[in-house]
Write a protein that binds this ligand. Structure first.
Ligand code: FPP
Ligand code: ZN
Length: 429
């Protein structure tokens, strides 16, 4: 289902509202006003230009930018030399969202490259010969699951990976990002994500982890990097997704979390900010908007179904009910922001107008667009595709951020393999 394209700002119920600083100008309000001015210009240009299609996803342009990135990178990417599995994941996931097949030769090359990033200690490093680290480990496992072939699955040394995860586990339930490194909620998510996809998730490995993550939820309602820190979309996504994997979402105050995340969608721009009083950024289209499907699920599990009103949920204020067709954010407004403000005319997506494109923002802007287009899954699925069906992306799994089919395929594959270190039970004759 796809609607026509009315002018920007008319799509969503609340209407656009610019910042009111009550006459008190601060560096923060000045920055915000500057961004709103630029976004206003983009929206006005769109309204007055009746010749070009208003909300067009530049598929071909993005495809060419991504395809080239798989083969050669400019020197601007030198600083990401310790994040090369991330580049593989960002590009492959963007391609799967665009429904572009990955050529066999490219898939084989990526497999071969990632196998060289795998450490003899277990886990993956940022490049061949580099020390293992949970962030590239997460990216490498996701990239291999997107490729989804026997060759790709076969690269992951599950026994070593399990040993590596154990070596990072802390007595309080948290995980180090790497040996000798820092602890924060990203590591719990990376560990839970790779362990659940490859069927090495054990109660011992994650003992105390859910409780530790719950301690990172603060008075704002969102989750900080460690207990006591400011709530941030990146960490909040990691914390909630990890709790969903561990089936412990109920440890969070879901109502204050919902309040916090819905307040991060910008009233004027339509995109999300990462934390209170900061600027809109396209990458939070996934880190923040991706929380709403996770919250919907968690609240749904708590709710009582009422056929006419959808789902009434005790954790929601008053008589609020969970919709059965919409996430609890303004989906068209987010699509407007991504399509109008985050597309580089030469291909690739970006943070906000005036910034440069990169593969990270391309991946997370497209992932957020997919979240905003697709509600639900399976039989209960409802699409809101701004700009027409040609803008439709493949859906993404809100926990792993790869397509649901690829999650299913990986889970089915690794379920057939026993937990490493545990001898298969041989039935007595
Ligand atoms: C602040 O950046 C950013 C952070 C404090 C961390 C963000 C974390 C993620 C994006 C999650 C990473 C996920 C995995 C799986 C490793 P900033 O101060 O430049 O930006 P801001 O002004 O928007 O807050
Ligand atoms: Zn960003």
């Amino acid at each position: 289902m796809a609607g026509a394209s009315p002018p920007p700002g008319t799509q969503h119920s609340g209407g656009r509202r610019r910042l009111r600083d009550d006459g008190v100008r601060t560096p923060t309000s000045a920055e915000q006003t500057k961004v709103e001015d630029i976004v206003q210009e983009v929206f006005d240009a769109c309204k007055s230009n009746h010749h070009t299609p208003q909300f067009l996803l530049q598929r071909e342009k993005h495809f060419h930018y991504l395809k080239r990135g798989l083969r050669q990178l400019t020197e601007a990417y030198e600083c990401l030399d310790a994040s090369r599995p991330w580049l593989c994941y960002w590009i492959l996931h963007s391609l799967e969202l665009l429904d572009e097949p990955i050529p066999q030769l490219v898939a084989a090359d990526v497999c071969q490259f990632l196998s060289r990033c795998q450490s003899p200690q277990g886990g993956f490093g940022g490049g061949p010969g580099q020390h293992p680290h949970l962030a590239p480990t997460y990216a490498a496992v996701n990239a291999l699951c997107i490729i989804g072939t026997e060759e790709a699955f076969g690269i992951i040394d599950r026994k070593k990976l399990l040993e590596y995860l154990h070596s990072l586990k802390q007595p309080d339930g948290s995980f180090l990002m790497h040996l000798g490194g820092e602890v924060d909620v990203r590591s719990a998510y990376c560990a839970a994500s790779v362990a659940s996809l490859t069927n090495i998730l054990t109660p011992t490995l994650f003992a105390g982890t859910a409780e530790w993550i719950a301690r990172c939820q603060n008075w704002e309602g969102g989750i900080g990097g460690v207990p006591g820190m400011e709530a941030h979309g990146g960490y909040t996504f990691c914390g909630v997704a990890a709790l969903v994997i561990l089936k412990k979402e109920h440890l969070l105050n879901l109502r204050s979390l919902l309040h916090w995340v819905t307040g991060r969608q910008m009233r004027f721009e339509g995109g999300f900010q990462g934390r209170c009083n900061k600027l809109v950024d396209g990458c939070y289209s996934f880190w923040q908007a991706g929380l709403l499907p996770l919250l919907h699920r968690a609240l749904h599990a708590r709710g009582n179904f009422t056929a006419s009103q959808g789902m009434s949920v005790p954790s929601l204020a008053g008589d609020a009910a969970l919709s059965m067709t919409r996430w609890m954010f303004d989906q068209p407004a987010l699509q407007e922001y991504i399509l109008l403000c985050c597309q580089c005319p030469a291909g690739g997506l970006l943070d906000k107008p005036g910034k440069s494109r990169d593969f990270y923002h391309t991946c997370y802007c497209l992932s957020g667009l997919a979240i905003a287009q697709h509600f639900g899954s399976g039989d209960l699925h409802h699409e809101v595709v701004l700009g027409g069906p040609e803008n439709r992306l493949q859906a993404t799994h809100p926990v792993y951020n790869i397509t649901p089919e690829k999650v299913m395929r990986a889970v089915m594959h690794f379920l057939q393999q026993p937990l490493p270190g545990v001898e298969p039970v041989v039935a007595a004759e």
